[in-house]
Write a protein that binds this ligand. Sequence first.
Ligand SMILES: Nc1ncnc2c1ncn2[C@@H]1O[C@H](COP(=O)(O)OP(=O)(O)OP(=O)(O)O)[C@@H](O)[C@H]1O
Ligand SMILES: [Mg+2]
Length: 267
Amino acid sequence: MADTAQPDGSPDAAAQAVFEARGLTTGYDEIPIVRDVDVSFAQGAITSIIGTNGAGKSTVVKALVGLLPAWQGTVRLEGRAITRMPAHLRVREGLAYVPQGRIVFPEMTVLENLELGGFTLARQRAKLAQLLEGVFGMFPRLAERRAQPAGTLSGGEQQMLAIGRALMSAPRVIALDEPSLGLSPKFVEMVFAKLLELKSAGYTIVMVEQKASRALEISDWGYVMHLGRVAFRGAASVLRADEQVKRAYLGELPPELEAQFMQSETQ
Ligand SMILES: Nc1ncnc2c1ncn2[C@@H]1O[C@H](COP(=O)(O)OP(=O)(O)OP(=O)(O)O)[C@@H](O)[C@H]1O
Ligand SMILES: [Mg+2]
C-alpha cells in the first residue's frame, strides 16, 4: 500500500525522535505478527497507532516496551539501543507503559498502587513525594480516594490510577494501549484531556487507540497499521484528511457515498 499520507513538507517526526523502532519484526510462538515496522516518536508529541482489530498494534507496543522480544530490528530510546533490554530496565530508562484494560491491584489502596509505580526510585523519598504530589495534582480524585482499595474505583478512575502509576516512575516517554477502552464518553474525554496535559508538560506520548478519529484529533503524528505492517504514516492532520485512511480506518463515509446516503435517507 502506498504511503500517500507521508507528511511531505512538514517536519519529519523521525528527525525529532526520542523513541523509535526500525525494521521491527516480532510475533508469538514463532509466528511473525508484525513485520519490518518502522515507527518514530517525536519529542513532546502525541503519536497514535491506529488500525483494524488484530493489525498488530498491541504487539508493536509490547515489543517497544520490552514485553516481547524483537526478532529483527532495533529499538532506540533517546539514541541508545535498548533492543534487548528487559521491560523493567526500560522503565528505569524513562519508558513507562500503561497496558490495555487499566490493570490495577484491586486489593491494594490507591496510594499503594501509586507507590508500586515508583519502584524504580525506591529510596529516593523526596523525589517520590514530589511525584506523588504531581499525580494528585493532576488527578484530584485519586488524592481523595488514596486510602480506598483500587478495586472500588470506577473504570474511569482506575484508568487515571493506571496513568498515575506510570507517572510515578518519572518517565519521559509514556506508551498507552487503548486508554479509552470501555470508558464512558465523559471519561474518554477526560483521558484524552489528561494526555494533552501530559504533552504540555513535555512528556512524549505513544498511544494505541480504537477511537481512531478522536485519537488523531489530539495527536501530532499517526501510524495506521494493517495486517502487521505500517500502511500509512504521517502528520495526524494529514491522515485525518486522507480519503483512503478515512474510508478504511476512520469509520467515515467518503463524501460521494455520504451524499448518496443522505439522499436515500430523505427520500
Ligand atoms: N499472546 C498471543 N499469542 C498468540 N497470538 C497472539 C497473541 N496476542 C496476539 N496475538 C495475535 O496477533 C495478532 C495481532 O494482535 P494484536 O493484539 O497486536 O492486535 P491489535 O492491533 O492490538 O488488535 P486489537 O485492536 O484487537 O487490540 C492477532 O492475530 C492476534 O490474534
Ligand atoms: Mg490491541
